[in-house]
Design a protein around this ligand. Sequence first.
Ligand code: TYC
Length: 104
Amino acid sequence: MANLPFEDENLVLEVVKTRVKPPRRYQVVLLNDDFTPMNFVIEVLSRFFGMDLASAESVMMLVHEKGKAACGIYSKEIAEMKVMQINKFSRDNQHPLQSQTEMV
Ligand code: TYC
């Protein structure tokens, strides 16, 4: 019995908090510009966020009128991947459309 930890008088027990915070979420935000055609933005919203035509049109108009809008909320890794894919897709098609992540 003398070898068991709870019998050891030299053992120091420490209360450890085991609660962990839920992981942070990041929104992907689309930014307005004066040059990207509206139809291309609608294509981006449908391709990268799975939006139907009506949702894509209304989010595109929101960005156009307000300057930016959130398109979806994800883990950090997924949000950063979407931003890279969107910005590359835009560059590859010679449009200046930009997206970015914002911590929620
Ligand atoms: N402002 C652009 C235009 O008038 C359209 C546009 C909308 C561009 C949303 C970017 O994220 C954007 N052609």
